[in-house]
Design a protein around this ligand. Structure first.
Ligand code: UD1
Ligand code: CA
Length: 454
C-alpha cells in the first residue's frame, strides 16, 4: 500500500442523542481513551497519508482531542447535521486533491483494527471503486443491511427504510467504506436525501456506483471490529470486548493475570516481563509496570510508573504523577500522588504521600501523612535517603527531612529536619496514677458527679 496515497475521513459530527449525555459522543471513553482517539490511532497505524476529521459546530472539545492525538489532521466543520454523506462532503476539498484511496471511518466505531482498513485498501488496489465493510450482526437492530443480487452487492438499506425481508438479512453495514479517489466525488455528489429521515445517506453510494457500472464489493469482518456505539449499553459492550483483547494481549506478552476477567486495563498500559497482577485491579491510562513487579488485589493505578520488582497493594491507590523506583513496597491503604518514591523505599500501611519525594531506602510509617495542601496552595515535602518517618507523623509542607533523619512517632513536623537528626514534635505523656480506677469507682457508686479534672 506504500505506493498509494490515502485520505482518511473520520466522521464525528453526529449529536449522539442516543447516548443521553451532555458529552459529545466522540469523547466518551473506553479503556481509558476517547472513542475518537481509538479511531485516530487505528487510522494512523493503517499508514494513511492524510486525515480529515469532520466535527459538528461548536465541537471545540472534540477538535482539541483530535488535535492532541493527531496534530497533523485537518478539521472540517459540518455546519448542519444532514447525514453521513453530507458529512463526508464537508471534507470535499481534501477529496478533490485526488488521493488514490479515500477511507471513510466513523468516529463511533472504535474497535476497528488497522489491518481491516488495510484489507479495504487492498480491494481498491485490485480495482474496486467502492468497498463496504460488512459483518454478521448477532443483533442487527439499527444497522444498515447489505442487499446482494446474484452474489454482488446491490445496495444498502437503512433499517428505517427496509422492508421486512430486507430486515431479515443478517449481513450488515459496518459503516466503514473505501472509495477510489478518482470516482469518489462523482458518486458522493449524486447522493440525495429522498428518504424517511430526509438525510443524505452515505450508504446510497452503493446503488449509485452500481448504476454507473462501477465495481462495489463487500469485505467481511467480525462484529467486534465494527461495533458501533450509539447507546450507553453499546459503550459498555464495546468496553468489554476491548478489555478482553487487552487482557489477551497482556498475557501473550507474558503478564500473569490471575483472574483476567477482573482486571481492567487501558489501551496504553505497558508491562515489562514477569509482571503479576492479582484479581480486581484497575489500571487507568498512562500506567507502566516494569519487570517482576506485583500489583496485589484491589489496587487502583492512574498515570503511574511502577519500577522493577516493586510490590503494590493490596488496596493501594497510585494517582497521577506517581513514580515508584525499583523494589519499592507500597502497602494497603496507601495513597500516592505526584511523588517519586526512590529505590527500596517503603510505605506499607495507611499513608498519604503527595507532592513529595521519598528518598531511597526510607521508611514511611503506618498512618503517617504529608500535609501538602493548606486549603489554598499545594506544597512540597522532600524526604532524603534512608530516613525514617515514624507512625502517624504529619509532615506539614513545605518541609525537608534530611538523609538519615528520624521523625518520632506522632510528630507534627513544621520545620526542616537536618540529616541524621532526630525530630520529636509532640506533647509529652502525662501519667495520672490510679485515675482510671477512681473513675470506675465513681461510676459504680451511681453518682453523676465525676472527679474534677486535675
Ligand atoms: C450508520 C450507517 C449504517 C451502519 C452503521 C454502522 C448511514 C446512513 N448508516 O448508521 O448503515 O450500519 O452506521 O455503525 O451511514 N455523522 C456525522 N454527521 C451526520 C451524521 C452522522 O458526522 O450528519 C457521523 C456520526 O458522528 C457517526 C457516524 O457519522 O460517527 C455514523 O452516524 P450515525 O448516526 O451513528 O449512523 P448510524 O445510524 O449508526
Ligand atoms: Ca452509529
Amino acid at each position: 500500500m506504500a505506493d498509494r496515497s490515502c485520505l482518511a475521513i473520520v466522521l464525528a459530527a453526529g449529536e449522539g442523542t442516543r447516548m443521553r449525555s451532555q458529552r459529545p459522543k466522540a469523547l466518551h471513553e473506553i479503556a481509558g481513551r476517547s472513542l475518537i482517539a481509538h479511531v485516530l490511532e487505528a487510522v494512523r497505524s493503517a499508514g494513511v497519508t492524510s486525515t480529515a476529521i469532520v466535527v459538528g459546530p461548536g465541537a471545540e472539545a472534540v477538535t482539541a482531542e483530535a488535535r492532541r492525538v493527531l496534530p497533523g489532521a485537518e478539521i472540517f466543520v459540518q455546519s448542519e447535521r444532514r447525514g453521513t454523506a453530507h458529512a463526508v462532503l464537508a471534507a470535499k476539498s481534501a477529496i478533490a486533491r485526488g488521493p488514490d484511496d479515500v477511507l471513510i471511518v466513523y468516529g463511533d466505531t472504535p474497535l476497528i483494527r488497522p489491518q481491516t482498513l488495510g484489507r479495504m485498501r487492498e480491494a481498491l488496489a485490485k480495482g474496486a471503486a467502492l468497498v463496504v465493510l460488512g459483518f454478521r450482526a448477532q443483533d442487527p437492530t439499527g444497522y444498515g443491511r447489505l442487499v446482494q443480487e446474484g452474489g454482488e452487492l446491490a445496495s444498502i438499506r437503512e433499517e428505517l427504510e427496509a422492508s421486512a425481508p430486507e430486515r431479515a438479512i443478517g449481513l450488515c453495514n459496518g459503516g466503514l467504506m473505501a472509495f477510489a479517489g478518482k470516482t469518489a466525488l462523482a458518486i458522493l455528489e449524486r447522493i440525495g436525501n429522498d428518504n424517511r429521515k430526509g438525510e443524505f445517506y452515505l450508504t446510497d453510494a452503493v446503488a449509485i456506483a452500481r448504476a454507473r457500472k462501477l465495481k462495489a464489493v463487500v469485505i467481511e469482518t467480525e462484529e467486534d471490529d465494527v461495533r458501533g456505539i450509539n447507546t450507553k449499553a453499546q459503550l459498555a459492550e464495546t468496553e468489554a470486548v476491548l478489555q478482553q483483547r487487552l487482557r489477551k494481549a497482556a498475557m501473550e506478552a507474558g503478564v500473569t493475570l490471575v483472574a483476567p476477567e477482573t482486571v481492567f486495563l487501558s489501551a496504553d498500559t505497558r508491562f515489562g516481563r514477569d509482571v503479576v497482577i492479582e484479581p480486581f485491579v484497575v489500571l487507568g491510562p498512562g500506567v507502566t509496570i516494569e519487570d517482576n513487579a506485583v500489583i496485589r488485589s484491589f489496587s487502583h493505578l492512574d498515570q503511574a510508573h511502577v519500577g522493577k520488582g516493586a510490590l503494590v497493594g493490596p488496596y493501594a491507590r497510585l494517582r497521577p504523577g506517581t513514580r515508584l523506583g525499583e523494589d519499592v513496597h507500597i502497602g494497603n491503604f496507601v495513597e500516592i500522588k505526584e511523588a517519586v518514591i526512590e529505590d527500596g523505599a517503603k510505605a506499607n500501611h495507611l499513608a498519604y504521600i503527595g507532592d513529595a519525594r521519598l528518598g531511597a531506602g526510607s521508611n514511611f510509617g503506618a498512618g503517617a501523612i504529608v500535609c501538602n495542601y493548606d486549603g489554598v496552595a499545594k506544597h512540597r515535602t522532600d524526604i532524603g535517603k534512608a530516613a525514617f518517618i515514624g507512625s502517624n507523623a504529619a509532615l506539614v509542607a513545605p518541609v525537608r527531612i534530611g538523609d538519615g533523619a528520624y521523625v518520632a512517632t506522632g510528630s507534627v513536623v513544621t520545620q526542616d529536619v537536618p540529616p541524621d537528626a532526630l525530630a520529636i514534635a509532640r506533647s509529652r505523656q502525662v501519667v495520672k496514677e490510679n485515675r482510671a480506677a477512681r473513675l470506675r469507682a465513681v461510676k459504680a457508686a451511681g453518682t453523676k458527679k465525676t472527679p474534677a479534672a486535675e
